[in-house]
Design a protein around this ligand. Structure first.
Ligand SMILES: Nc1nc2c(c(=O)[nH]1)N[C@H]1C(S)=C(S)[C@@H](COP(=O)(O)OP(=O)(O)OC[C@H]3O[C@@H](n4cnc5c(=O)[nH]c(N)nc54)[C@H](O)[C@@H]3O)O[C@H]1N2
Ligand SMILES: Nc1nc2c(c(=O)[nH]1)N[C@H]1C(S)=C(S)[C@@H](COP(=O)(O)OP(=O)(O)OC[C@H]3O[C@@H](n4cnc5c(=O)[nH]c(N)nc54)[C@H](O)[C@@H]3O)O[C@H]1N2
Ligand code: SF4
Ligand SMILES: [Mo]
Length: 666
């Protein structure tokens, strides 16, 4: 019996440390590593059952070739050699007929590991002259927003929340999505800090808060402008910090002058008195810690949300204090020591947004003839999914998927390659919810004929005759190539190392922002040059509640993460028995206006698609807002068929929560 240290690879901020117990090559137990300074021995309801996933009878363990119609899920098992030669022949044909750019590699963060997320694939597709993926489903817009103010995406260390005297969870569902941070928040609370949640949905985190503020979705910037209005009006601005470390305060003061709490209250659907009270609490409590994560970026003006939020702790001078400031993903802090750009090959071809998969697959002018998918299930996770399905059905599209399971996307593949799980391969995991780099030793040999993603690219490169030296590097060498000043022996032995950063972090106590002049930019010349408002600005979205489209489709649809046993679109096939089936949640007033009762089957529709789901009358929402939990597989349950694929203002994200719908009784 042996124990092996690893790290959870899931696209989750917590990147928990784990210990696998292995007997005769079989993993018999997986539990949290008590010594991990952040996750402290706990995993979660998803990963507590990870061994069921690894040893599931549904695992894809051999290469498969499609035999039935696209989408039917009918495949035959073939050997690796046959599958590789089919792919190589088809790629050669596509390149000869349409050029390399007709090949589109699509990947996401199904594993967040340094080498298994994206490494050798970059070399492989560059050699093919393939189109390059750009944009992001998750996080890039939030980072770009904060960058517009600070010059980089960096913020506070999440665990410093425990030193706060006021905790503000702004558009993040901590108890569900970032559960290992909650004990640190409870520590702050034990020290007297009230916890405020700002969210259009009364989430489980809102339920646990001391104060819940429920604005209409997409209206937070108006609320932030009103908070700044009160800070200025009531003399609560830290003038010394502002004058030393920021640019554009005078212009900002002019902008917020018109944003009285009364005006913002109308936009946000809140009481002006509540805005006053909250702004005063924020203005008078040091340190105040704002925790946000990803959710609010999924609006058309998602970057502006983060850019404006980043202005708040500048005005209060919260950055001076341990336990103050703004915290979102800390992924940006890993760049100094984990350099994934070593695998980059400069773009010599066109780039295509990952969020426009549907648009490009159905557009003959774009001319995609071969699609590769790994680390993702885009048919379930990307907006406008009905259009993606239409594209995947094209007979003249050759689709290759690397997967552990026969996902909705994999069902449309021509060739499927079997992928290993985190227990079967080596990697290091940079986190985005704490400052510890994790090691993941392979605990067991690959099951069946599954291979790590790195090995897939090596084999494909071999079958195409590419002999670049990188393709002969093993996984440990690839890892070492990407690490800078990391004590790899310690990392391996202990399972984690803290980044080489000051502790406590206090990133901006003395200013030192990553902008050209070192000052944070309340007024941004570079935004102006890109055609955006140089100041924080509330701009309503084209699929917002007072838009033209809202006359016909009056309900705004939110589809956030909702289930403790789901991790994005992973696990829905395993854990649906615990989580039931999807449903439409709506407020009693909206239900009554449509004669909808609890449990009625309803039609949920817009111009993109229609779903039929049971209704739940809910106390969690405001009138005008409906919600459907996301993550289920299957055409009848996939809410992304309805969602909006408009890109965000900047940052390359997508506005799937600016989606208007109507609901009627079926
Ligand atoms: N409506 C709506 N849509 C959303 C969201 C939402 O809140 N609402 N959230 C968005 C966000 S934030 C995200 S991050 C995306 C998530 O998008 P998803 O694509 O759902 O991401 P995951 O479920 O994390 O992982 C996808 C796949 O990666 C595979 N995988 C894991 N490890 C490996 C590996 O080592 N090799 C290979 N080849 N495959 C592997 C898994 O089997 C899984 O099927 O969805 C986005 N879409
Ligand atoms: N259990 C579980 N944990 C997960 C995941 C999972 O699927 N399941 N997914 C992981 C991934 S990939 C990610 S990116 C993170 C995401 O972590 P979070 O960002 O915390 O979660 P989301 O559910 O995407 O969005 C958070 C909240 O934003 C709210 N929101 C929507 N629009 C607005 C708005 O306009 N203003 C405000 N103030 N709030 C708004 C939603 O109602 C939601 O409650 O979670 C990770 N953790
Ligand atoms: S999914 Fe998140 S919370 Fe669960 S074990 Fe993995 S990192 Fe930890
Ligand atoms: Mo995400």
């Amino acid at each position: 019996m042996a124990t092996v240290l690893g790290t959870c690879h899931h696209d989750c901020p917590d990147s928990c440390g784990w210990i696998a117990t292995v007997e005769d090559g079989l993993a018999v137990k997986l539990r949290g590593n008590q010594d991990h300074p952040y996750s402290r021995g706990e995993l979660c309801p998803k990963v507590n059952r990870f061994l069921d996933r690894v040893y599931s009878p549904d695992r894809i363990l051999h290469p498969l070739l499609r035999v039935g119609p696209k989408g039917s899920g009918e495949f035959r098992q073939v050997g690796w050699d046959e599958a590789l030669s089919v792919v190589a022949a088809k790629l050669t044909e596509v390149i000869a007929q349409h050029g390399g750019k007709a090949i589109f590699p699509w990947w996401d963060a199904g594993t967040q590991g340094l080498i298994q997320m994206s490494s050798l694939d970059r070399r492989f597709f560059a050699r093919l002259g393939a189109s390059q993926l750009t944009g992001s489903l998750c996080g890039q817009t939030a980072r770009a927003g904060v960058m517009a103010t600070y010059g980089s995406g960096r913020g506070a260390d999440p665990i410093d929340v425990r030193h706060a005297k006021l905790v503000i969870l702004w558009g993040t569902n901590t108890r569900l999505t970032n559960r290992h941070l909650w004990p640190f928040i409870e520590e702050a609370r034990a020290g007297g800090a009230p916890v405020v949640v700002i969210d259009p949905i009364r989430t489980i985190t809102a339920e646990a808060a001391d104060w819940f503020i429920q604005p209409l979705p997409g209206t937070d910037v108006a609320l932030m402008l009103a908070i700044m209005h009160v800070l200025v009006r009531d003399g609560l601005v830290d003038g010394d910090y502002v004058s030393r470390h920021t640019l554009g305060y005078t212009e900002l003061v002019d902008r917020v002058a018109e944003w009285t709490p009364v005006r913002a209250a109308e936009v946000c659907g809140l009481e002006a008195s509540e805005i006053e009270r909250f702004a005063r609490a924020y203005g008078t409590t040091r340190p105040s810690f704002i925790r946000t994560l990803i959710g609010p970026e999924h609006h058309e003006n998602g970057a502006m949300f983060y850019r404006t939020l980043a202005c708040l702790p500048l005005l209060t001078g919260d950055w001076r204090h341990l336990g103050g400031g703004l915290c979102r993903s800390v992924g940006s802090w890993f760049g100094e020591q984990v350099d994934e750009s070593v695998f980059d090959v400069p773009a010599t071809t066109r780039v295509i947004s990952m969020n426009h998969l549907g648009r490009v697959l159905v557009d003959p002018a774009v001319g995609i003839h071969a699609l590769f998918v790994w680390n993702g299930n885009p048919l379930v996770s990307v907006p406008n999914a009905a259009q993606i399905r239409q594209g995947l059905l094209r007979e003249d599209l050759f689709t290759v998927v690397s997967e552990q399971f026969l996902t909705d996307t994999a069902r449309y593949a021509d060739v499927i390659f079997p992928a290993t799980t985190e227990l079967e391969h080596l990697d290091v995991i940079p986190a985005w919810g704490h400052l510890y780099l994790g090691w993941n030793e392979a605990a067991i040999p690959p099951l069946g004929e599954a291979v790590p993603n790195t090995e897939l690219w090596r084999r494909l490169a071999g079958s195409m005759g590419f002999d670049d030296p990188e393709f002969s590097l093993d996984d440990e060498s690839l890892i070492r190539l990407g690490l800078r000043n990391v004590d790899v022996d310690l990392l391996r032995k202990q399972g984690w190392v803290r980044l080489d950063l000051p502790d406590p972090l206090l990133p901006y106590a003395q200013g030192g922002f990553a902008t050209e002049g070192g000052r944070a930019e309340l007024w941004s010349e570079s935004l102006r040059m890109q055609g955006h408002d140089p100041l924080p600005a509330y701009i309503e979205s084209a699929e917002g509640p007072t838009s033209e489209a809202a006359r016909r489709l009056p309900l705004q649809l939110l589809t956030p993460k909702n289930h403790p046993r789901f991790l994005n679109s992973s696990y829905s096939h395993h854990h649906a028995r615990f989580e039931g089936s999807p449903f439409v949640e709506l407020d009693a007033a909206d239900a009554a206006a449509r004669s909808i009762g609890e449990g009625d089957l309803v039609r949920l529709w817009n111009d993109r698609a229609e779903l039929k789901l049971p209704a739940r009358i809910s106390l969690r929402l405001r009138p005008g807002v409906v919600a459907v939990p996301w993550g289920w597989w299957g055409e009848a349950a996939n809410v992304n068929a309805l969602t909006n694929d408009t890109l965000t203002d900047w940052g390359g994200g997508v506005a799937f929560w600016d989606t208007l719908v109507e609901v009627t009784k079926a």
